[in-house]
Design a protein around this ligand. Structure first.
Ligand SMILES: [Mg+2]
Ligand SMILES: [Zn+2]
Length: 178
């Protein structure tokens, strides 16, 4: 008997699920996009795990603490109940040489082990070039959203994502219609 592999949506946090706030650290500054809940519900109904993968170098820079970040993630979980399966974060500085900071695949590899994920049926969704490169590096499909930094990213792509969408909900609609 073989283990059945799951499909996952790996989703960037800032600028994709939440409005972009530079070095977001306080729950009162957190703004979940109005369509985020609907988008995640659609993914769950279509059998996707929802896994947040976020670079949080503000921790490494000493701008905010890991506890501050966990407060944001708890607030997301209470506003989006049962819709997020896991959070993975990289707290390191960009030049630290870690394997978890996107576009490295450390966070995705961890989730892949934990949940037994089929990368070929999975997606990386985000607003930055590094999100798209993470998906290519991990062997997932890729979707760029034009929220956050996404409008600028669309003009500077190294490799062309499978989907370029106005926002997360539009990306999800395209993903589940395939
Ligand atoms: Mg982002
Ligand atoms: Zn890291």
């Amino acid at each position: 008997m073989t283990t059945e592999l799951r499909k996952a949506a790996f989703i960037d946090r800032d600028g994709t699920l939440l409005e972009e706030v530079n070095f977001l650290s306080r729950v009162e500054d957190m703004r979940i996009f109005p369509y985020t809940s609907e988008a995640l519900e659609a993914l769950k109904q279509n059998g996707f795990l929802v896994i947040v993968v976020t670079n949080q170098s503000g921790i490494g820079r000493g701008i905010y603490t890991e506890d501050d970040m966990h407060s944001i993630h708890r607030a997301m979980e209470s506003s989006l109940p049962e819709l997020i399966d896991n959070f993975h974060f990289c707290p390191h500085l960009p030049d630290a040489g870690c394997t978890c900071r996107k576009p490295n695949t450390g966070m995705i590899e961890l989730a892949k082990e934990k949940f037994a994920i089929d990368m070929e049926r999975s997606w990386m969704i985000g607003d930055k070039l590094l999100d798209i490169e993470t998906g290519f590096n991990a062997g997932t499909r890729t979707a760029l959203v034009k929220t956050g930094y996404g409008a600028g990213s669309a003009e500077n792509l190294v490799r062309r994502p499978d989907i370029v969408a106005d926002d997360l909900l539009e990306a999800v609609r395209q993903i589940i219609s395939e």
